[in-house]
Design a protein around this ligand. Structure first.
Ligand code: IVH
Length: 715
């Protein structure tokens, strides 16, 4: 699309469309095309939104209204005809042989000591038992997985959602730090690390871009991401990207016995590894190394945002394993957040998918650590008023008002927060902020229940904001992740009345029929893009149970919890039966639910209430009827214990109880606390009592810890 980036902001923005003169309309349409074009590219192609969704929608509505009044003035590059931006579409997809995970965070020294304690407890190690860690800079770039087969680079993929990434092989080959051929390596070797851009190269790139009238980047990370994800590898080649190796994926033979030796091995194979990587004998040494790296941060010449600690012994890493999205054996110790002061121009209310009213600060744009921030979260009404959820003062009781100078705080890619307010600069006529008592979206009462930190809209499914947010959550990356159906399209389809609930997504093709008459000719949809969308939707009818549970958007049920629930119940039928029959606070189904490690009574109550609520349930049932939900255990069928119910009793000598449970569950087994007719295996250590007897009475297979480890291939 041609963007008239020089179009001046018209003075007519507030003039009602009905009163606009023709020449004013021409000027405004040019300006709107430029604004929306830039916003679209920032959002879809660069993953770096520059304006809020609400501001984007307002611009788009204004554009449509002007076009409706002056149809002959509709531009060839009208924003009404565009969906997203093209660049990212051209990459093929790559399913990672071993998932690419993220890291848990530590923010202070205490968190680092706790990390060490958690690991010792999990492994059953005494306080004085030696335990070595590695400590290395956390590079602020984007992760890349390089697959070598018989010494040849055959594929490079971005992380994507961790399971599936983008194939950027041609681009990766242009990076000097990435060898095309390596020798003396395992036949299959996936090297993982971070692509980044140095400060000097970033500055030079931006200078070049400015001179050529091209796009400049906000920071080196965005520049690296934008450069790697270029459809034309020649563009990537002209951008000086670098790569540090720090991990690996699939291997046909182990690299070494320790993390540090494995990194040395990668170095000797020809990969750049970070010279500030050290081994440390415990949390105190780790923190000392962190301080050393922090002191060097400004002179490194590239961005880092913390220090990563990893358990050095790879056999311990293997025992520790993973939670659903992060390893237990590593953590990122983040550097303190960046701060800046600016003016709070307005407080807007956003309504979330569970009806929560969230105050959002609209700020005079300010640069915080290299990123322009114009929105920040204000959490809830107590936070604004200067008190915590128990009523105790925060910020020494200082409240936050529109017009105030406020301190903005940004840590990594987390949503910026308002951390403080400067009372000396408070305007005299300012007034305390009052939270609305009606939902700004549907007008229903917004009520704050006892014990709840937030006010919630009581409109339920009649509230369009809740419905749209639910749909956005449904199509989000960790849920259904439907190609071509992002937040923007969901809003458009909702506004057009095509999709009201998740099930409607799956009936789109049938409703719009072969001719696709209605979708065709609408904002940017042609016959081909509509057909592609319907295919992408059909592709997701086969879907993992954990994703389905997460996608429902039930309060308190996040991605991790959904994975725990899926592993426990293994099939939709079993999950549904349990939630339908459970009685809050009592009975076998309830006890089984709250017996899942990681499921508390608050989450359990939310699950049972939602699954038994008639209107919600009708929506869910309609959705499930459209899907083929894959059983959780089906994903680990190569394990001999997949789908089996296992009970551990007595003393375990080679692993802790937590470890035994996590390992069994990761192999697709269900771990239960009590023996019943449904139990398949009892693992009995010394001192086993009544459970062993009951298992014998029921004729259940019983084995000791060694036999269990032999069975799961870990003797
Ligand atoms: S280890 C299984 N080491 O940080 C854990 N990650 O916040 C694999 N990152 O997705 C990651 N520097 O993109 C590791 N020295 C380092 C890192 C590092 C940067 C990135 C990586 C990861 C993200 C998690």
């Amino acid at each position: 699309m041609v963007q008239d980036s020089k179009a001046k902001q018209p003075q007519t923005g507030d003039v009602p469309v009905a009163e606009l003169a023709r020449d004013q309309a021409i000027a405004e349409l040019a300006w709107l095309a430029a604004q929306l074009g830039t916003a679209n590219t920032a959002y879809h192609r660069d993953d770096a939104p520059q304006i809020s969704d609400a501001a984007y929608d307002a611009l788009k509505r204004r554009n449509s209204a002007i076009e409706a009044r002056f149809p002959d003035l509709k531009r060839a590059d009208s924003p009404s005809d565009m969906v997203g931006a093209a660049v990212a579409e051209g990459f093929g997809k790559v399913r990672h042989a071993v998932r690419m995970l993220s890291l848990g965070n530590a923010f202070d020294d205490d968190d680092v000591f706790e990390f060490d304690q958690r690991i010792r407890k999990y492994l059953g190690l005494a306080q004085d038992a030696p335990l070595v860690y590695t400590a290395e800079p956390k590079i602020d770039g984007l992760s890349l997985s390089l697959r070598y087969e018989n010494g040849q680079l055959v594929q490079a993929a971005t992380r994507g959602d961790g399971e599936t990434g983008e194939n950027v092989t041609a681009n990766a080959r242009t990076i000097a730090d990435i060898p095309d051929v390596i020798s003396d390596a395992p036949d299959v070797l996936e090297v993982r690390g971070e692509v980044y851009m140095s400060h000097a190269d970033f500055a030079a790139l931006n200078d070049r871009q400015t001179a050529q009238g091209g796009k400049t980047f906000a920071n080196p990370r965005n520049a690296a991401a934008g450069s790697l994800r270029q459809l034309d590898a020649d563009v990537t080649k002209a951008r000086p990207l670098r790569f540090f190796a720090y991990a690996w994926g699939e291997l046909s033979a182990p690299l070494a016995e320790t993390q540090s030796a494995a990194i040395d091995r990668l170095h000797s194979l020809g990969f750049a590894t970070n010279p500030l990587t050290e081994t440390c004998d415990g949390p105190a040494a780790m923190i000392a190394h962190y301080k050393m790296i922090e002191a060097k941060r400004a002179s490194l010449g590239y961005d880092i945002d913390g220090v990563v600690y990893k358990v050095d012994d790879l056999s311990l890493q293997r025992r520790l394993g993973f939670r659903s999205t992060t390893p237990r054996w590593a953590i990122a110790h983040k550097f303190p957040a960046e701060l800046a002061w600016t003016v709070l121009e307005a407080i807007d209310i956003q309504v979330g998918r569970t009806g929560a009213l969230s105050p959002v600060a609209r700020l005079q744009p300010v640069t915080v650590g290299g990123v322009v921030v114009s929105n920040a979260t204000l959490h809830n009404e107590d936070y604004i008023a200067g008190r915590d959820s128990t009523g105790a003062p925060i910020r020494e009781g200082r409240d936050i008002r529109v017009g105030d100078w406020v301190q903005v705080y940004r840590a990594g890619d987390v949503i910026p927060k308002i951390s403080d307010v400067d009372l000396a600069r408070r305007p005299e006529d300012s007034v305390p902020y009052e939270m609305p008592t009606k939902c700004p979206e549907c007008g229903s009462d917004a009520i704050r229940e006892e014990g709840d930190a937030v006010r919630r809209c009581t409109g339920g499914i009649i509230c369009p904001a809740q419905a749209v947010e639910k749909l956005k959550h449904f199509v989000s990356r960790a849920a259904f992740d439907i190609e071509g159906l992002g937040a923007k399209q969901v809003e458009q389809f909702y506004a057009d009345g095509w999709i009201r609930t998740p099930a409607d997504i799956f009936t789109l093709r049938a409703r719009f029929g072969q001719g696709l008459q209605q979708l065709k000719n609408r904002e940017g949809w042609g016959e081909k893009s509509a057909a592609n969308l319907f295919d992408a939707i059909d592709e997701k009818r086969n879907i993992a149970l954990a994703r389905v549970i997460f996608s429902l958007g039930i309060r308190h049920v996040g991605e991790n919890s959904a994975a725990l629930l899926a592993n426990h119940y293994t099939s939709w039928r079993a999950f549904e039966d349990a939630m339908t029959s459970a009685e809050i606070g009592t009975g076998a189904a309830w006890e089984d639910l709250v017996g899942i490690d990681g499921v508390g009574t608050v989450m359990a109550t939310s699950l049972v209430t939602t699954m038994q609520q008639e209107a919600e349930r009708a929506q869910i049932d309609r959705l499930i009827a459209e899907l083929n939900v894959q059983d959780a255990a089906a994903r680990a069928t190569d394990s001999p214990v997949a789908g089996k119910t296992v009970v551990f009793t007595g003393t375990l000598e080679r692993m802790t109880r937590a470890e035994a449970k996590a390992r069994a569950e990761s192999l697709g087994a269900k771990v239960s606390g009590s023996v019943s007719a449904k139990t398949d295996i009892l693992v009995a250590g010394p001192g086993a009592g009544s459970k062993a007897k009951k298992a014998a009475d029921l004729g259940i297979e019983t084995m000791d810890e060694d036999a269990w480890l032999a069975l799961i291939g870990d003797a």
